[in-house]
Design a protein around this ligand. Structure first.
Ligand code: AMP
Ligand code: MG
Length: 279
């Protein structure tokens, strides 16, 4: 069973048709156990990806404030080897970034062969916050879906596996999380009056997200809608989608590794033959 809903662009979706509080009839402990197993598989897959260095992985995390982007990075990416799994967080663009086209800062951050890159927010902000707050005229943000699709296709064509996750929380759950941050002194550093202000634009964001999800999804660079009211289900859904996407490459990466290993051994043998004695 797939816990995240994979969108392949064959039909338009509406967010209201997906339950943010989904628990897949699992208990939290069962869910956490499954996630732990999936993460073990991901650790092995990451090692093969890194050693084979043929492909790279780009994971895009989007979602409203408090939807769990940071938590996902901590729980799902945390256990991976940080030598080849890194995060880029996209903030309000700097003056320098604004002086360029919107994809300029993004392209510079795509993963190298063998690496996993996680985008905490992404170029999608330019059709989300930019649209909701009218930071760009309608003709400009509308044209960006085409640019995003062309950009992602080009990144996918250069051997990058792309997965995009929309962390789907309910308005009620967001309220509870914001209030909880106020109560917990270890969490209140995350608070921002902006979060309450953004909440007033809830429906505008829903419309903007629906368009982004519908306009920019395909089999090769799918969006996944992740039920995110339950943090443990969110982690499970993302770990599973990653495992299911990467596992079909396992055999290919292993074969490539063996091939590389054989070539290296051959080079050493040739070196030895050329010398009468090893020192
Ligand atoms: P946080 O994720 O809480 O660190 O906040 C980052 C902030 O940067 C969010 O309010 C985003 O909406 C904002 N942001 C990210 N990318 C853009 C962008 N391209 N244009 C405007 N604001 C952005
Ligand atoms: Mg924030």
């Amino acid at each position: 069973m797939s816990y995240a809903h994979r969108l392949e662009g064959d039909r338009r979706i509406k967010l209201q048709d997906f339950d943010p509080a989904e628990d897949a009839a699992l208990k939290r402990e069962q869910g956490e156990k499954k996630t732990a197993q999936l993460i073990q598989e991901l650790i092995e897959l990451q090692e093969l990806l890194y050693a084979a260095r043929r492909q790279s992985v780009l994971i895009i995390l989007q979602g409203r404030d408090t939807s769990g982007k940071d938590g996902t990075i901590r729980h799902v990416a945390g256990p991976l080897n940080s030598q080849s799994c890194t995060v880029t967080s996209f903030k309000v663009p700097t003056e320098e970034e604004l002086a360029h086209d919107f994809l300029w800062r993004v392209h510079a951050q795509t993963p190298r062969a063998g690496e996993i890159k996680i985008f905490n927010r992404s170029h999608y902000e330019d059709v989300l916050v930019a649209r909701v707050h009218k930071l760009a005229p309608k003709e400009v943000w509308r044209s960006r879906y085409t640019h995003i699709n062309a950009f992602e296709r080009s990144v996918a064509d250069s051997s990058t596996i792309i997965l995009k996750f929309y962390l789907h929380i309910s308005k009620q759950e967001q309220k509870e999380r914001l209030l909880e941050r106020e109560k917990d002194p270890t969490k209140s550093w995350k608070l921002s009056v902006g979060d309450w202000k953004e909440r007033e634009y809830w429906d505008d964001y829903t419309a903007a997200y629906e368009d982004a999800l519908n306009e920019c999804t395909s089999r090769r660079r799918p969006w996944f809608i992740v039920p995110a009211d339950k943090k443990w289900l969110r982690n499970l859904a993302i770990a599973e989608a990653l495992r299911d996407t990467l596992m079909p490459f396992r055999k290919r990466w292993l074969d490539e590794l063996e091939e590389v290993g054989r070539e290296k051994k051959k080079a050493i043998e040739e070196y030895r033959r050329g010398r009468s004695q090893l020192r």
